[in-house]
Structures are given as structure tokens and as C-alpha cells.
Design a protein around this ligand. Structure first.
Ligand SMILES: [Mg+2]
Length: 222
């Protein structure tokens, strides 16, 4: 019986990809306004390629991009890019469709809700509060709590301890099989793959359940 659901945060509850796409789009057109002679689609394609290579939280992506494409860093163009990116990023952070309704219904069913995220504590809380879904979660475990990322057992252990539940009573929901699903499975939890948030990469472990929409959770938790 599922008594608690532990969610991953980015790309499981937050539509991180959409936020990234809109921010990068704004940065591309700002760079063109500042004088960069390149088509917006090409800029975006290159930037996403860099994100794939260097990681989606990479902090100096525009510097790398300008250096690669123009062999120099024009700081005016860079500043336009960063300003535009930040403006959109701050203004746009929303949960996937049906997240709030689903969390609400799960709460009504008496399910305890938790978060296990690899994001730093302040980022995780800022995202939860910006989306106004923080009050659904009794337990929030972030990278700062254990200094270990999934699939390490540590963050899961901390969550279970706080929840005071055996692993088999918990369902882990996440978009990354090699982190969320693998880690939870090793702990003996039930697992659920958030297919809608999965971008690409290995699908080395199979979860007990799959979600095309977060609402489908209500069919799993009777
Ligand atoms: Mg994720």
C-alpha cells in the first residue's frame, strides 16, 4: 500500500524544459538586438548543444557560445544575453499541467507527499515557493542535506527517516531512470517513471509504473 509519494522536482513537477527553452529564446533574440549576426534558430541550436555537452545547470554557457562562434567574447552581447535569460527565467517557472490538482487530490486521499531533489536547498525552495506548491510537502530533501546525488542511497534514506515509513510503502516519481528510479529501486521503494518530463538519455531501469500525465498517479494510488 502506498502511504507516501516522493517526487523528484525538476522535470517531474516543474516544467524545467519549457522554462529553459523560453529563456534561451529570449537570450538569442537579445543577442541579435545587440549586434550578433546570426539566425535565432541557429543560436538556439548551438546553445542547446552546449547544454547537452556541459550540463543543463552550466553557468557560463553564453561565454562558451560566443567564444566558439565568434572567437571572442563581446561583453555587450553577453550582457544582453544574460539579462534577457534571467528576466524570463525568473518570471517563468510553472508546474506541468495538472500538478496542483493531482497533489491536492493525493493529499485528500491521505497520502503524505515529499521531495527528493538533487538541486541545492535554496534553489529547490525557491522553485517550490515560486510555483506555490511548497505547502503540499512535509518532507523536502535537497542536495545540501546529504551532499550526495541520486542514485546514492543517502537522500532516500534521509527521506524515509523523516517520513518514518518502510520503503515498500513509498512510491518514488521521477523523470530520470538512472537516478530517480534506480536509486529508489535499490532502496526497495515502488517506482514510477515520469515519462512526460524525460528528455533523453539512458533508460536502463524499468519502473513499476509509467506516467504520460501526472494525473495518472490517481489511478495508481487508489
Ligand atoms: Mg528531474
Amino acid at each position: 500500500m502506498i502511504k507516501a509519494i516522493i517526487f523528484d522536482l525538476d522535470n517531474t513537477l516543474t516544467d524545467f524544459i519549457k522554462m529553459k527553452r523560453l529563456s534561451v529564446e529570449a537570450a538569442a533574440s537579445a543577442m541579435i538586438d545587440a549586434g550578433l549576426d546570426m539566425k535565432a534558430e541557429r543560436i538556439m541550436r548551438k546553445l542547446f548543444k552546449l547544454y547537452d555537452q556541459l550540463g543543463w545547470e552550466h553557468q557560463t554557457i553564453f561565454q562558451k557560445f560566443l567564444q566558439e562562434e565568434t572567437k571572442t567574447i563581446d561583453y555587450r552581447i553577453l550582457a544582453y544575453a544574460i539579462n534577457a535569460y534571467r528576466r524570463v527565467r525568473v518570471g517563468f517557472l510553472e508546474p506541468y499541467p495538472h500538478v496542483i490538482a493531482t497533489l491536492q487530490k493525493l493529499k485528500e486521499k491521505g497520502i503524505t507527499l515529499a521531495i527528493v531533489s538533487d538541486a541545492p536547498k535554496i534553489q529547490a525552495w525557491m522553485r517550490l515557493s515560486a510555483m506555490k506548491i511548497d505547502y503540499f510537502f512535509d518532507t523536502v530533501v535537497t542536495f545540501d542535506d546529504t551532499k550526495q546525488k541520486k542514485p546514492s542511497p543517502k537522500p532516500f534514506e534521509v527521506a524515509l527517516k523523516k517520513l518514518r515509513l518502510p520503503p515498500e510503502d513509498c512510491l518514488m516519481v521521477g523523470d530520470m531512470p538512472e537516478r530517480d528510479i534506480m536509486g529508489a529501486k535499490k532502496m526497495g521503494m515502488q517506482t514510477c517513471f515520469a515519462k512526460y518530463g524525460h528528455r533523453k538519455g539512458k533508460k536502463i531501469v524499468k519502473a513499476d509504473y509509467e506516467l504520460n500525465d501526472i494525473l495518472d498517479l490517481l489511478k495508481i494510488v487508489k
